[in-house]
Design a protein around this ligand. Structure first.
Ligand code: ATP
Ligand code: MG
Length: 555
């Protein structure tokens, strides 16, 4: 066996076992190093499903001391563009992967694709066909019935060469001719029934502009791209399994010495999410979301804006593993990974999302004091910070109840509760307007009960968070829920969630937040993990996104 790096993590190795078996076998034979690629089509932004493929391809290369290329599969100018190229590059870098100088574009191979097609024609393995798209479909046959040969199948090599060149030179209108591989119209695999390998489309390409008016089809171009780059393992999703014979046909007919091996794995599916660039694009174009980076989307840019870290996404991709059978992953697992990562790195702060004012009537009017709180109870290295206590504070509206049931351990008239890091307070009076809405609560505090003072006189069951009215900042907080819920009874398999955003536009946060950097993550005590929204935050107006709530429903 050839020398191999065996530092791979065990869980990944177990779940991707079938891929490792191929790689072991190949490395045992003639192969020295593995070489993979991630081949996005720049027709949209990347999503969490792509992250699975990125982690797999770049991860295998790292694990076996090989290489992974980034290659744009940009052979369909109708849907592709530079904005997507830039976004994809940015997202993969952010995820933490590096292709060094190996950034490739299928469009840079257009000359070579053309030459290969000429070679096929010369070998009698490709022909120019005049059937329309509809006729081609008719001739193709079905799963039960073989197809019929195209009447143009027996054109001479010379005629094919001439017509193909004319196609290239723009002498025929779109759709009037195709170049087809000459394989077998009776094949039990429909993909092998003389598939189209070139089509005419007079479109401007984002890279080659108007140089080409014929474009290669995916099934023809992809194996060639892999072969040109010396890819050893071409890892793709299950829908290409049936195309593998065609992949191999192209490689064999063009007599490549190093033959890449195609390996398929199952796509990631996630509960309660819209995946697939096509669908996400629709939401973006219909303004149903705030761009490709809407924090409710599972695009990489959406997850980033929401506050997910690259580490948490990589952790998720490792946990879900790789297999050949379709399964749907619970979205709660993604949230679990976010929490695992955030609980170590985020700073605790107090923020009141839906404030109600509390006046501590026995606290001197102009007095304030500094209290010291831990920045992260799970990570002492993160130190402490000071917050201000004063006569007027805000607490969460839902932490007060006037006619509370017995089990309500927060603030209620006549009972004591602890203010986090501060004192016990007791509510004596509820001040209301003429309509009965609560305006403020009048409480008293007990100076003996200061947190950290060693007071043991009596206990309270509840601790609530608060901020000082004097020393807090008004801000906006966005709470997110799933955009859609799975619904097998609906037309498209899901139903929209009408309450996917909740805006808390009068929240207050402790003033320590002034020192925050845009990339910081916070635990708002009792409310979840949050980060600043990069799109809407300004010097004057802070906007926070909730990344995830504190509690998980995941088992
Ligand atoms: P989409 O349907 O979202 O457009 P795609 O497969 O058409 O996905 P590509 O840009 O062609 O998108 O994909 C680049 C790579 O990412 C391919 O190798 C593809 O198989 C892989 N990929 C796409 N979606 C998923 C997914 N849900 N899970 C795992 N891999 C995926
Ligand atoms: Mg695609």
């Amino acid at each position: 066996m050839t020398e191999k790096n065996t530092t791979e993590s065990s869980s990944f190795k177990e779940t991707a076992g079938f891929i490792h078996n191929y790689i072991y076998k190949d490395l045992d034979g003639e192969l020295n190093k593995i070489h993979t690629r991630f081949p996005p089509e720049p027709n949209g932004y990347l999503h969490i499903g792509h992250a699975k493929s990125i982690c797999l391809n770049f991860g295998l290369a790292q694990m076996y001391n090989g290489k992974c290329n980034l290659r744009f599969d940009d052979t369909n100018p109708a849907k592709e563009g530079q904005e997507y190229v830039n976004a994809i590059i940015n997202d993969i870098k952010w995820l933490g992967f590096n292709w060094e100088d190996r950034l490739y574009f299928a469009s840079n191979y257009f000359d070579k694709f053309y030459e290969c097609a000429v070679t096929l024609i010369k070998k009698g393995k490709a022909f120019v066909c005049d059937l329309t798209a509809e006729e081609i479909k008719e001739y193709r046959g079905t799963l039960k019935e073989p197809g019929k040969n195209s009447p143009y199948r027996e054109r001479s090599i010379e005629e094919n060469l001439e017509l193909f060149e004319k196609m290239k030179n723009g002498e025929f209108p779109d759709g009037s001719k195709t170049l087809r591989a000459k394989i077998n119209m009776a094949s039990s695999n429909i993909n092998m029934r003389d598939p189209v390998i070139y089509r005419i489309a007079k479109l401007t390409h984002h890279n080659t502009q108007d140089k080409w008016c014929i474009y290669p089809m995916y099934d023809y171009a992809h194996p060639l791209e892999d072969a040109f780059e010396g890819i050893t393992h071409s890892i793709c999703t299950m829908e290409f399994e049936e195309h593998r014979p065609l992949y191999e046909w192209v490689i064999n007919e063009l007599e490549f010495v190093n033959k890449p091996r195609q390996i398929e794995f199952a796509k990631l599916k996630l509960t309660n999410t819209i995946m697939g660039k096509r669908y996400i694009k629709q939401l973006v174009e219909n303004n149903e979301v705030d761009g490709w980076d809407d924090p409710r989307l599972v695009t990489i840019s959406g997850l980033r804006r929401r506050g997910y870290t690259p580490e948490s996404i990589r952790m998720f991709c490792e946990k879900i593993g790789i297999s050949k059978s379709d399964s749907v992953v619970d979205s709660a697992l993604l949230e679990f990974c976010a929490r695992e990562d955030l609980k170590i790195r985020s700073k605790a702060v107090m923020a009141v999302l839906d404030p109600i004012k509390v006046v501590i009537t026995n606290y001197p009017e102009n007095q304030t004091e500094k209290l010291t709180l831990e920045n992260n109870p799970e990570n002492e290295d993160m130190g402490t910070r000071e917050i201000t206590f004063s006569r007027e504070i805000y607490i969460e509206r839902e932490d007060f109840m006037e006619d509370a049931p017995k089990k309500f351990f927060r603030l209620t008239p006549g009972k004591e509760v602890r203010l986090k890091g501060a004192y016990f307070i007791k509510c004596n009076e509820v001040i209301k307007d003429e309509n009965g809405n609560i305006l403020e609560l009048h409480c008293t505090y007990d100076p003996e009960t200061k947190s950290g003072s060693g007071f043991t006189g009596r206990k309270v069951k509840g601790t609530i968070h608060w901020v000082s009215c004097k020393d807090s900042i008004n801000c906006k907080v966005m709470l997110y829920d799933y955009l859609v819920f799975d619904d097998p009874n609906s037309e498209n398999g899901f139903r929209k969630n009408p309450d996917s955003i909740k805006v808390m536009d009068n929240a207050y946060i402790e003033s320590n937040i002034k020192n925050a950097k845009i990339e910081d993550r916070f635990q708002f005590i009792r409310n979840g993990y949050f980060t600043l929204d990069t799109k809407n935050t300004t010097e004057e107006n802070l906007v926070f996104n909730r990344i995830v709530p504190l509690k998980s429903s995941y088992k």
